[in-house]
Write a new protein. Structure first.
Length: 348
């Protein structure tokens, strides 16, 4: 009996070790994929594709600050998502020789959270706050002296016994990113030394970005296939890289032994994903269809439009509407959104 029990224990132990090894192997594979994705992100200003004027401004600021042995002035980047705001923060930290500390507006709930981050910064470090327009007003106010004078005011105690302590901070750079600059008040906005809008990428810039990523991910594509992916990427680098990963999946799944992605294969993969020649997705067509069929081409208010397609108002305003307007498919009026002639042509 004892021998049988020992045998069962050993078997259970062996099975448990096998499961752990499998999980460890899968975890290692996921970590490896994440590391590969990180490699694609440019580390320096020189590696960033396009944005020539923006890079020239930032290089000027960094060079001048370095010569004065000061931290570079605070910067605010705004524009649609996926256009490189985080990438610029990483590159600036690298150029300044400091560390990058990343957080977001909604993650900073109390003044103490921000105070902890600020006091932990070393000289020339960069604090990057994504969605900075979502900072609470009380939290935002303690940033003012930190940005202007590199001082941190902390209130100790309550009532008549309350005292204010002023702490010195090490020279640092705050970089904010937002998709809705209109929600940032002028007291905060005016404290940034550079307020820079990031526009959509041109197709040739996206093709160059895809060429770089394909080399890192070891994916072979024809130039025509790369250009087709770039054309359907909505002028957004993040989307272009995502589509490249899906085209790579298509090659590995349905390539039938092919060693590179042809134009025809790229078109098949993108059609399978529901992305048309203009880069419009299913949700874009739902927006256009709703304006055309439910509201006779408009005008229609944004909240009404969002309710008609069961989508969040901010998602339509920040993600989908800017590209539809850039394509000339819809336009904003004082009474609401209206379908253009070009937009009607797509519906027809």
């Amino acid at each position: 009996m004892t021998m049988i029990k020992t045998s069962k224990k050993e078997k259970r132990k062996k099975n448990s070790e096998t499961k752990r090894n499998t999980v460890k192997s899968q975890s290692g594979s996921n970590e490896q994929d994440e590391q590969i994705d990180k490699v694609v992100r440019p580390k320096t200003l020189g590696e960033i594709i396009g944005r020539a004027k923006t890079k020239k401004k930032i290089r000027m600021m960094i060079k001048a600050a370095t010569n004065r042995k000061e931290s570079v002035d605070h910067m605010l980047f705004y524009g649609p998502p996926g256009l490189g705001k985080t990438t610029f923060a990483m590159a600036i930290a690298k150029e300044m020789g400091g560390n990058l500390h990343v957080t977001s507006g909604p993650a900073i709930q109390r003044q103490g959270d921000l105070a902890t981050m600020l006091t932990a910064l070393d000289k020339f470090d960069v604090l990057f706050i994504d969605e900075i327009h979502r900072l609470r007003s009380g939290v935002e106010e303690i940033l003012y002296p930190a940005m202007e004078d590199q001082k941190l005011d902390i209130v100790v105690g309550k009532g008549v016994s309350a005292k204010t302590l002023r702490l010195n901070l090490k020279p640092f750079t705050l970089i904010g990113a937002t998709t809705r600059i209109g929600l940032i008040g002028s007291p905060m906005r005016d404290r940034f030394g550079l307020v820079q809008r990031l526009d959509y990428f041109a197709d040739n810039e996206l093709s160059e970005m895809l060429l770089r990523a394909a080399g890192i991910w070891q994916v072979k594509l024809t130039q025509e296939a790369m250009d087709e992916i770039a054309k359907r990427s909505r002028g957004t680098g993040r989307i272009a890289l995502r589509l490249l990963r899906r085209v790579r999946d298509y090659l590995e799944s349905y390539g039938e032994g092919a060693d590179e992605v042809s134009l025809e294969m790229a078109e098949e993969a993108l059609d399978l994903l529901g992305i048309d020649k203009l880069g419009l997705e299913d949700i874009d067509h739902k927006i256009l269809d709703s304006i055309a069929n439910n509201f006779n081409g408009g005008p229609v208010g944004l909240s009404t439009l969002a309710a008609s397609i069961s989508e969040d108002v901010s998602t339509i305003a920040d993600v989908y509407e800017p590209f539809l307007m850039q394509c000339g498919l819809i336009k904003r009026t004082s009474r609401g959104r209206v379908l253009t002639e070009k937009g009607r042509g797509i519906i027809d």
